[in-house]
Design a protein around this ligand. Structure first.
Ligand SMILES: *[C@@H]1O[C@H](CO)[C@@H](O)[C@H](O)[C@H]1NC(C)=O
Length: 449
């Protein structure tokens, strides 16, 4: 079997701007889209959409900077770096590499745990919706759904690399568009039915209002977080046209699609519910049972795919460092070929280490999800704290190093000002989520939600 290789000796990459956009939409839209009506309700009609648009522009800008960091010096012939951390090591070096790694992998691990929780809540609410219609008081435990999610991931996580995940990503992107449309449609119907959305501020103290505004800013900032996987996505692209061009195009398509959805779902949801917009848009509707079931199932399928998009960089980091450390150990390096009947006879590579470690990872995230049902608030903290370093700081610093911008030049000052403004946003959002975390710890019961 002739395997074609790229300039760096790795198997030929085949990704295009379509697959990259699908990865981006899958990674970005997340179920965060369903909380945007809540976020916009906290910020109001002017500041809400404005914040969304500002964050989309900032993300678009910094992601074009990041796309140029993939190849060193020359965008066509320069040497590749395969991960965010490698790019930071090449351009900046020193302690920043560690900090970048810490922020990136804490974020990735956090996202996988958070998605396990959200997916199981969604699967649970399919059942809850059904039984709410049958009887009045029904309790649905999410633990069983976490176990189902875990079993699905145990199978999917054996897909060897990002590269081979495109079909899952495309499916997940379609799912996210599906449930966004359903949320949108139900909100439109509610507005059309003349729902009595309250337009007065709810009776909460000024301090509480401020915390909520902070949390809302955090939600919006976090709704665009995909810099953690940007370079890894770029590493799936074929090399002609140049990867950075393709990636910029994919970022533009991905981010503008996402922003349109965010604006629609956020604003229409706010129009439908007013100040009472629920944290999860779908949970606010009680009619249209079938649509809600379809929507929740799509969220769950989307999260199944998104889990993989975020877990693959963790898998490959651990696997490549183990291969480097123990090149002699067969358990770690040997690939066993297994041919599965009916699957075209192409064969299927099994690696014992991959089988064991990835299964263990999935199991651990599931247990964490069961232990920490309030984890999503914690996730908001990780998201807020990593927004600035990952989306803004390293992207800008790498650009400054690459372009050799003189200190205190005009563009240098502009970039630093942008960076400082985003740092402020990150701090404010982190403060909001710490407050939220304190509130949820007050009502903490493990294994129950
Ligand atoms: C990243 O790029 C630099 C500069 O070309 C190169 O020296 C380094 O080996 C690359 N790192 C990896 C892990 O490929």
């Amino acid at each position: 079997m002739a395997t074609r290789v790229d300039d760096d000796g790795r198997p030929m990459r085949t990704g295009t701007w379509v697959t990259a956009s699908a990865h981006i939409i899958t990674a970005v839209i997340g179920s965060g889209v369903l909380s945007l009506a809540w976020a916009i309700a906290q910020l109001g009609w002017v500041a809400g959409p404005a914040t969304l648009i500002i964050f989309s522009l900032v993300t678009l800008f910094t992601s074009t900077l990041l796309a140029d960091a993939y190849r060193h010096l020359d965008p066509v012939t320069g040497q590749r770096n395969y991960t965010y951390m490698d790019a930071v090591r090449t351009h900046l070096g020193g302690v920043k590499v560690r900090l970048c790694g810490l922020a990136q992998y804490a974020n990735l691990v956090g996202v996988t745990v958070g998605y396990t929780i959200t997916a199981s809540i969604c699967m649970g609410s399919v059942r809850r919706n059904k039984c709410l219609h049958a009887e009045d008081n029904c309790h649905v435990s999410t633990t069983i759904y976490m176990i189902i999610f875990c079993c699905i991931q145990l199978i999917l996580c054996q897909v060897p690399n990002f590269h081979k995940l495109s079909w899952i990503s495309i499916l997940a992107a379609v799912m996210s568009i599906t449930y966004s449309f359903i949320g949108l449609g139900l909100s439109v119907a509610k507005v059309a039915a003349g729902a009595e959305a309250t337009t007065t501020w709810p009776t909460v103290s000024e301090a509480q209002r401020l915390w909520k505004i902070f949390q809302a800013i955090g939600n919006i900032a976090f709704a665009y977080a995909y810099s953690t996987v940007l370079i890894e996505i770029q590493d799936t692209l074929k090399s002609s046209p140049a990867e950075n061009k393709t990636m910029k195009r994919a970022s533009f398509v991905g981010i503008s699609t996402t922003t349109i959805f965010y604006l629609l779902c956020g604003c229409v949801g706010y129009a439908a519910f007013g100040e009472d917009a629920p944290g999860d848009l779908l949970s606010g509707f009680h009619q249209s049972l079938w649509l809600l079931i379809v929507a929740n199932v799509s969220v769950a399928i989307h999260l199944i795919g998104a889990y993989q998009v975020f877990a693959q960089p963790i898998f490959s980091l651990v696997e490549s460092s183990c291969r480097q450390r123990w090149p002699e150990v067969k358990f770690v390096t040997a690939d066993h070929q297994i041919t599965i009947p009916f699957l075209g006879g192409t064969g299927f590579h099994v690696n014992c280490f991959r089988l064991v470690w990835r299964s263990a990872y999935v199991a651990v995230t599931t247990v964490l999800a069961m232990l920490l049902p309030f984890f999503n608030v914690f996730m908001a903290l990780i998201g807020a704290a990593s927004f600035w370093p990952l989306t803004v700081y390293f992207a800008i610093e790498m650009y400054i190093a690459r372009a050799k911008l003189p200190k205190f030049s005009f563009s240098w000052m502009g970039l630093q000002a942008l960076s400082m403004a985003c740092l402020l946003v990150s701090l404010v959002a982190a403060a909001g989520s710490v407050e939220g975390l304190i509130q949820s710890l007050k009502v903490y019961h493990p294994f129950k939600n």
